[in-house]
Design a protein around this ligand. Structure first.
Ligand SMILES: Nc1nc2c(ncn2[C@@H]2O[C@H](COP(=O)(O)OP(=O)(O)OP(=O)(O)O)[C@@H](O)[C@H]2O)c(=O)[nH]1
Ligand SMILES: [Zn+2]
Length: 205
């Protein structure tokens, strides 16, 4: 499978809708508690299975969101250069360990035409939507970029995500402070000079 096909199948893999079966999720958490040697009936844990199940209503809420609706708010603003929203806080769940990864996303795009400029908060809503799924950071980054290209027909897009994975800090290799940086760049932002300008705006804190 070539790189393009690999990206496509990674994007498809996250498309199914998540409908949380609360009773089933609660039973599974109860079973997990027992499996790790805890007493699921002790007072402190009695409500934990249903709490965890309900938490997944929020953690998986992004499966139901609709890109067309989010990016559907557009304005007749005449701006043919970069629009960048940076330091968008990000929370997502690693699909390998079901542990959180957190950090920031930077989303920039070059609008295609008057009438194809979206509301600034909508870029943050995109990050929020794709974050609220079981994810890998690469796919999350790609999905945000593809949504902006696909929905706004943007002439260029850059998405950079910097995140700390708790599966690498709390367990496993245990490297607190390590950060993973991913980028997805499309269209005019692939031009070295334009890309360098965007990166200097992103990195200039
Ligand atoms: N590419 C990618 N890898 C991730 C992401 N989140 C977690 N991982 C990695 O997924 C890998 C899973 O590796 P495995 O060897 O199957 O699982 P593991 O034994 O738990 O791995 P360790 O974390 O090294 O202990 C690990 O290297 C994680 O760091 C992500 O968003 N993207
Ligand atoms: Zn992980």
């Amino acid at each position: 499978m070539g790189p393009a096909a690999a990206v496509e199948s990674a994007v498809d893999a996250a498309e199914p809708l998540m409908a949380v079966d609360l009773a089933r999720a609660s039973a599974a958490v109860r079973e997990l508690l027992a499996a790790i040697g805890e007493d699921p009936d002790r007072e402190g844990l009695r409500d934990t299975p249903s709490r965890v199940a309900k938490a997944w209503l929020e953690l998986g809420a992004g499966y139901d969101a609709d890109v067309e609706e989010i990016l559907g708010t557009t304005f007749d603003i005449d701006h043919e250069e970069l629009v960048l929203v940076k330091d968008i806080e990000l929370v997502s769940m690693c699909e390998h360990h079901m542990l959180p990864f957190t950090g920031v996303a930077h989303v920039g795009y070059i609008p295609s035409a008057v009438g194809r400029v979206t509301g600034l908060s909508k870029l943050a809503r995109l990050v929020e939507m794709y974050g609220r799924r079981l994810q890998v950071q690469e796919r999350l980054t790609t999905q945000i970029a593809e949504a902006v290209v696909g929905q706004l027909q943007a002439r260029g897009v850059i998405v950079v995500i910097e995140a700390e994975h708790t599966c690498m800090t709390m367990r496993g290799v245990r490297k607190p402070g390590s950060r993973t940086v991913t980028s997805a760049v499309r269209g005019l932002l692939r031009d070295p000079a334009t890309r360098a300008e965007a990166m200097s705006l992103i990195l200039g804190r």
